[in-house]
Design a binder for this molecule. Structure first.
Ligand SMILES: Nc1ncnc2c1ncn2[C@@H]1O[C@H](COP(=O)(O)OP(=O)(O)O)[C@@H](O)[C@H]1O
Ligand SMILES: [Mg+2]
Length: 628
């Protein structure tokens, strides 16, 4: 069944009306494209159209007959050699049950020597109820079980394509998110439900080079067609730059040493120390092994709170001063904090009436803290925290920063890529955690009916969102920030898209909250286990299939997709800069560049490629002037 909606929607790059395609004699998508998973109930039905409804599913090739029915598993004994040839793990089959069909996927095949028969084990995925003229409806879960001896029919080729088209019709025009094609270029379009895809977190998993970043680019490109799309991509390798060039995204980056004197810029993100909650500040300013760590933490808490309140009260803002806490994002000066620490470190108390002089409560306890603050302030890698531009001390700076992250529907694209490629690895969890925390907090405090939901795309998530056992405080802290979003984000319009090549090392709490999984080629056993354990509805056959997927092919499982699905994802027009390095060819053709290596060494020293380049240009100019 095709609705007029469906045809209109096809102006959207997904060329050619489905109706026209349905009339073509399409090729069999092949056995490899028969992975099918539970889909959502059909809610929306449109008007009948000119498309041929699927022929009755029991007119397809008969594979065999049901010999065993139990909860969640069915056994079918295959009839003959031809059926054995046709049946493959992940094939979609239909079995008459009640007034419709139970749809299932073959997830195992076994040969018995005693009976000389092949048995197929099926996992039911849903029920299809044919309806005259409009095709039919598909529902997740199977109400009716087939009887013993019921036929088991293979759904393939055009039957499969028509069935998919009919099922995809469930998604209303506004909710459509076209992901690719089922079974290659000529296959039926895979139409996911865009609302469901982002409502309860999404995971994109697969080996390095399987096409995850391109899958992200595809989602971003599709989302960019919506006027107010708001997504924040944590871009660890600076791969998504070309999307900004293509007008899909706004590129932001974290301020580094080369940005010191620039002041506030449109593309620079600063995370000033005064934005930090005390727990976050403790991560970078305290050393747990320091004997005075507990006193220093207490001192920091009291002093920072007093400074924040004092500043507000000084400006006559008594109401805000009374509600401010140590964690309120209110500016203060780090120089003032150091000066206060210097004073309190040597402060004494004169006890009255005796006049006896005794050391103050923090006397001699703050020296190591002062040293650490000073070291951090001098460290170029911490520029974006400890040396923010002057403008950031202005009370209006925080709203501007919030807009930079969350503004959508304005002059610049609401999709933001945050380039973290110049950030030292050790700082990645802190920065990603802070961006996630700020995004969540701002959404939390925004009026519910005025909120634009936002998706944080966590590329290379295993770097900062891992299931740590090492007890590293900053990793634990970052993980908890993301866990909060995974558990609570749905209520406040914050969703996560977790992208990773190591699902087995990813944080379980976050993964277990994901409702949709786009799984690309994956060849590791521990990762397969993680998938089978975590992905609801991932039958064993999925794990077997994952290593065989081609680049850009995915199995999509979850409530956003209709029935499909092993699919060929569409290739984004503006892809990420994946930097697949042609080693052999480069070794053959590209001589080493001594300048590039020495520039690399200078950048390592300066912790900035931009600074290193500027330094080299200055040196060349000097050398040129000297020879003149
Ligand atoms: N849908 C696709 N169709 C065709 N080629 C693709 C597709 N997705 C990715 N590729 C190719 O695969 C390579 C690796 O993709 P990438 O997304 O960077 O992988 P990953 O992020 O998983 O490491 C890219 O060079 C790209 O050209
Ligand atoms: Mg990638």
């Amino acid at each position: 069944m095709i609705t007029t909606d469906a045809v209109t929607m096809n102006t959207d790059q997904v060329s050619g009306a489905i109706g026209a395609r349905a009339a073509q004699d399409l090729r069999d998508p092949g056995p490899a494209s028969r992975i099918v998973e539970p889909a959502a109930p059909m809610a929306h039905r449109g008007a009948p159209s000119d498309v041929t409804p699927p022929r009755s599913l029991d007119e397809g090739p008969l594979l065999g007959r049901v010999t065993s029915v139990s909860a969640g598993r069915l056994l079918v004994t295959l009839t003959d050699d031809e059926a054995v040839q046709r049946a493959t793990v992940s094939s979609l089959v239909a079995l008459p049950a009640g007034d419709g069909f139970l749809m299932g996927v073959i997830d195992a095949l076994a040969y018995s020597e005693t009976s000389d028969r092949v048995t197929a084990q099926l996992m039911p995925v849903g029920a299809f109820h044919p309806a005259p003229e409009v095709g039919g409806t598909f529902r997740v879960g199977a109400a009716d079980q087939p009887r013993i001896h019921a036929g088991c029919y293979l759904v393939e080729g055009e039957d499969l394509r028509r069935l998919m088209t009919c099922i995809a019709d469930d998604v209303s025009h506004e909710e459509r998110l076209v992901l690719g094609r089922y079974g290659g270029r000529d296959g039926a379009e895979v139409i996911a439900n865009g609302n469901r895809m982002f409502q309860r977190h999404l995971a994109i998993l697969g080996n390095s080079g399987a096409g995850k970043s391109w899958a992200v680019a595809l989602l971003l490109e599709r989302a960019a067609r919506l006027r107010n799309a708001s997504l924040i991509v944590l871009d660890l390798h600076g791969e998504y730059g070309p999307l900004a060039g293509g007008g899909i995204a706004t590129r932001l980056r974290v301020g580094g040493p080369s940005d010191l004197d620039k002041g506030a810029c449109d593309d620079l993100i600063y995370l000033p120390y005064w934005l930090f909650e005390i727990e976050e500040l403790a991560l970078i300013l305290l050393n747990a092994d320091d004997p005075h760590a507990a006193d220093q933490r207490l001192w920091l808490t009291q002093r920072i709170e007093a400074m924040k309140r004092g500043r507000l009260a000084g400006a006559g803002n008594y109401e805000l001063a009374s509600t401010a806490t140590v964690d309120s994002p209110l500016p203060y000066r780090i120089e003032d904090l150091v000066a206060a620490a210097e004073r309190d470190d040597v402060a004494v108390i004169v006890v009255q009436p005796s006049g006896k002089v005794v050391p103050g409560p923090y006397s001699g306890k703050l020296r190591s803290l002062i040293n650490r603050i000073e070291a951090r302030c001098a460290d170029p890698r911490y520029t974006f925290i400890f040396r923010p531009p002057m403008e950031s001390y202005d009370p209006d700076w925080l709203p501007l920063m919030a807009l930079m992250l969350l503004d959508a529907g304005g002059k610049t694209p609401g999709i933001k890529t945050i380039d973290l490629s110049e950030l030292p690895t050790a700082l990645v969890p802190l920065v990603t955690g802070l961006i996630a925390r700020l995004t969540y907090d701002i959404q939390f405090w925004t009026e519910a009916d005025k909120r634009t939901p936002v998706c944080i795309v966590c590329d290379e998530a295993h770097v900062y969102l891992r299931e740590t056992e090492d007890g590293s405080p900053v990793y634990d802290w970052a993980m908890r920030r993301f866990e909060t979003i995974a558990k609570e984000g749905r209520k406040y319009g914050v969703c996560l898209a977790v992208v990773s090549q190591r699902p087995s090392e990813l944080n379980r709490t976050v993964l277990s909250q994901c409702n949709n999984f786009m799984i690309l080629r994956l060849s590791n056993d521990p990762d397969h286990e993680a998938i089978v354990q975590l992905v609801p509805g991932a039958f064993a056959g999925v794990a077997d299939l994952l290593p065989t997927l081609d680049v850009g092919e995915a199995v999509v499982i979850g409530d956003a997709v209709p029935l499909p699905v092993r699919i060929k994802l569409d290739k984004a027009t503006h892809g990420p800069d994946s930097r697949t390095i042609p080693y052999w060819s480069l070794w053959a053709n590209q001589p080493t560049s001594p300048e590039a290596i020495s520039l690399g060494a200078s950048a390592l020293r300066a912790q900035s490629r931009t600074l290193a380049r500027a330094e080299m240009t200055a040196k060349s100019a000097e050398a040129a002037a000297a020879t003149d």
